[in-house]
Design a protein around this ligand. Sequence first.
Ligand code: MZP
Length: 498
Amino acid sequence: MAYFYNEPSRTFSEYLLLPNLTKKECIPEKVSLRTPVVRYKVGEKSSLEINLPVTSAIMQSVSDATMAIALARCGGLSFIFASQPIDKQVEMVEKVKKYKAGFVISTANLSPEHTLKDLLALKAKTGYSTVPVTEDGSAGGKLLGIVTSRDYRLSRTPLKCRLKEFMTPFDALVYGMEGISLGEANDMIWDHKLNCLPIITKDRRLAYLVFRKDYDDHKENPEMILDQDKRLVVGAGINSRDYAERVPALLEAGADVLCIDSSDGYSEWQGETLRWIKERYQDRVKVGAGNVVDKEGFTYLSDAGADFIKVGIGGGSICITREQKGIGRGQASSLIEVAKARDEYAQKTGIYVPICSDGGIVHDYHMTMALAMGANFVMLGRYFARFDESPSRKLKIGSNFVKEYWGEGSNRARNWERYDYGFDSEQKLEFEEGIDSYVPYAGKLKDNLDISISKMKSTMCNCGATSIDQLHTVAKLTLVSSTSIIEGGAHDVIQKET
Ligand code: MZP
């Protein structure tokens, strides 16, 4: 006979947190959200930690290089989507690794033969008034000078005048050498009263520009996550089909951590992929796996070597797996069981395998709820798709701005590796497990994330926890009745129109 669970499958909105005594020192400024991403020996530290427990989903409409840069600057982590050709994904990873906070690759450059007229046209198009002059007019060409609006007078300088005649030539420039730190670059900017400092390579090619206005970059983003070479940290999705080609290419590009992207991770395909990676690279390569919804799935992938495990099937906002196939489990029930399994596994083996709650986060408090239920970090798609930094189009529908957001199992993404079970089917993706949708446009990532994070810290203080570890042990949760849910919102008043 089939196995029946006694408890129904539950999700975040069915629970509330109860406060504990909040001690005076338990204030949001004291809360650390730093959290481990990859497995470690109990009593030691994880070799990859992030400063905020949030990651962006491995999805075409969520995680490209722009999202990865924006999120890593805030202290979280993106996984660049895998449902694309290997070389395209590699390009995105490289873009993140090449990004240097405060170091800008110049996008408006001209050659000495260009004229003032060309310069004005470029200025009108880009809005930039500082233009490097390189031998071939490219961003990485030999630096010959710089023009700014202080180098010409529109009333006196003829439009056909060539840049070489009025630019500030290289010999008169103050510049830094590649390898210089942002702090050193800023000192030069201040010492020489500059607005912009060009950084050049040993053979005098333009590498970056550092602007005075970016001086405070690190101060504004104290949580930024950087690798040993001070580059932003980035993750990348992989699949259990082309890993033998994709994994080496992503590692070569500098990916810090990988994750097998699949709707159902409790499969021999994932076991095989994990073993292949661990046999070749041992512990040098960190790779997450999933998604699972119970102890068996967690144990299987942990034994196969997964460095972290994603939890959740069918809870994603664009996901219709449960409706299409009747497979899945309420996110809270999955998480509670897997968190318990993780703790038991740590006790039994001495290895702590972090877990990520993936999908179904609707309200900010759901993130805290997921952490309280035992997640080490969360993964979000819909949340990040709403921001300027997501790769999808921003459209106006009626009087509202929206952004497009589509599932990896939708016809639009055609990510058949994620949903294919290994057999050779002529017709990939015979039915959809995800939809194509719009989400309300919400502006800049940092503005929104800052608010979500302050709510998280504030709730943690109510619970009497100043770290995620502590929250795991002190959190008290209760199920809510449908009537008490009504009590939790504004009720029995006539709300004013805003
Ligand atoms: P959400 O944050 O939008 O609720 O959920 C995002 C998660 O949904 C992803 O991280 C992924 O696990 C899952 N997902 C992505 N595409 C689909 C689909 O097409 C899906 N069904 O379920």
